[in-house]
Design a protein around this ligand. Structure first.
Ligand code: FAD
Length: 387
């Protein structure tokens, strides 16, 4: 189900405390509002439905799955289909198929429709605050209230670009990887990819034919095998995804806590494209970009590059500045334990290593969603007993 904010009536949901289905109680309040309708928000919705709570899922995008649909054209998932299903609905493809980003987007759309999840699209939350016992959700249209809120989104919401990008000559075509789709978007001439992690490696491979491509930055290491090889598909990936990432590397184990620190400090290793693949197609690996000189990107060591295009593969910030509640620590990280924040009734889902290494992956989000929805249901039951 995919409604827009202009629709007169909000979508039908399982309205435990509702005056009318899908409209929350008589005053239009919900038990739970989910902000974000990607795989995290849909997983929360699936479990909220199981618990019989009234809820709505608000999403800024126009269509369920758009976070995937809007990624670059050649992107394929690094997880085969058997690890790409959410709770209650396997991914509809052979187990070892690596879905395209559009297949993943369509799967999410089908998931929302199959479970009749009440997603309201094209609604951007501008502010989340509290008034007494209720959460107040202010959007680009109407205002919502709920007793509890789940913020459900990955850390990839707001592209990060260093400030010195603004000093690069205006004739150089600059874009962030979030806006990159295919080589046709770029001007003729050389390209500098700033950042050397997975997005830079994949985009470099896309751009290499017919032009000079530089990849700048520290090499993050790489997975020492082809992920589509028989041994990877049948032995290593199942072991890694189901056991290591899901059961061993959790915040409850010393190994997990160690891995979490490393992930936060250094990012993930290259998964599909290896350094030798980049070498084979003539990609030039250069030092980090340190600043700008005479309108040109300046590398550490003092070399400037005269390129026609710069693609910033420099990552993201979570983009939670609309969250007007005291849930951040001094470094700006959300204070939480398994997604339960220090503001009673507020939960978070989809961030890296929320509980385990798999928390930010499709196969891991369902367990986190079930956990926080369980806490939300307990809290709703206590509220019902009191009132
Ligand atoms: C390039 C790339 C490839 C990846 N490949 C894989 C893979 O192969 N396998 C795997 O398991 N994982 C992969 N991941 C990790 C993860 O599965 C994806 O990032 C996934 O999109 C995360 O889903 P999500 O629902 O948590 O967040 P998102 O997909 O980011 O969805 C968040 C939703 O929230 C909405 N939103 C944001 N702010 C607001 C607001 N203020 N108000 C209302 N709505 C808002 C957005 O519109 C969006 O629809 C990949 C990530 C990236 C970036």
């Amino acid at each position: 189900m995919n409604a827009s904010i202009e629709d007169a009536t909000l979508p039908t949901t399982h309205a435990r405390s509702a005056g009318a289905p899908g409209t929350g109680d008589a005053a239009g309040r919900y038990d739970v509002i989910v902000i974000g309708g990607g795989q995290s928000g849909l997983s929360a919705g699936y479990h909220l439905k199981q618990q019989g709570l009234s809820f709505v899922i608000l999403d800024a995008a126009r269509r369920v799955g758009d976070a995937w649909r809007q990624r670059w054209d050649s992107l394929r998932l690094f997880t085969p289909a058997r690890f790409d299903g959410l709770d209650g609905m396997p991914f509809p493809a052979p187990a070892n198929h690596f879905p395209t980003k559009d297949e993943m987007a369509d799967y999410l759309e089908a998931y929302a429709a199959y479970f009749a999840l009440p997603v309201v699209s094209a609604v951007r939350v501008m502010r989340l605050s509290k008034a007494g016992e209720s959460f107040v959700v202010e959007t680009n249209g109407r205002r919502f209230e709920a007793r509890q809120v789940v913020v459900a989104m990955s850390k990839y919401q707001k592209p990060f670009v260093p400030e010195f990008a603004g000093m690069i000559d205006p004739n150089v075509h600059q874009l962030h990887s979030v806006d990159y789709r295919n080589p046709g978007q770029l001007d003729d001439g050389d390209v500098l990819l700033v950042g050397a992690a997975n997005s830079a490696a994949e985009i470099a491979r896309d751009l290499a034919p017919g032009r000079r491509v530089y990849v700048s930055g520290r090499h993050p290491g790489h997975v020492p095998m082809r992920i589509d090889s028989g041994v990877a598909l049948n032995v290593v990936l199942p072991l890694l995804f189901r056991i290591v990432f899901h059961r061993i590397l959790t915040v409850d184990t010393p190994m997990g806590r160690n891995a979490r620190q490393k992930l936060e400090a250094g990012g993930a290793p290259l998964i599909r494209v290896k350094p030798k693949d980049l070498d084979a197609i003539g990609i030039e690996r250069v030092a980090r970009v340190a600043g700008v000189r005479d309108g040109r990107p300046l590398l550490e060591g003092g070399v400037t590059l005269d390129v026609a295009n710069v693609v910033w593969c420099t990552g993201f910030t979570p983009g939670l500045d609309w969250l007007d509640l005291p849930i951040f620590d001094a470094e700006g990280h959300v204070v939480q334990r398994r997604g339960v924040t220090n503001v009673p009734g507020l939960y978070i889902l989809g961030l890296g290593f929320l509980y385990s290494y798999s928390s930010m992956m499709i196969q891991g989000v369902g367990r986190d969603a079930a956990y926080i929805v369980g806490r939300a249901a307990d809290r709703a039951a206590v509220h019902d007993e009191r009132s």
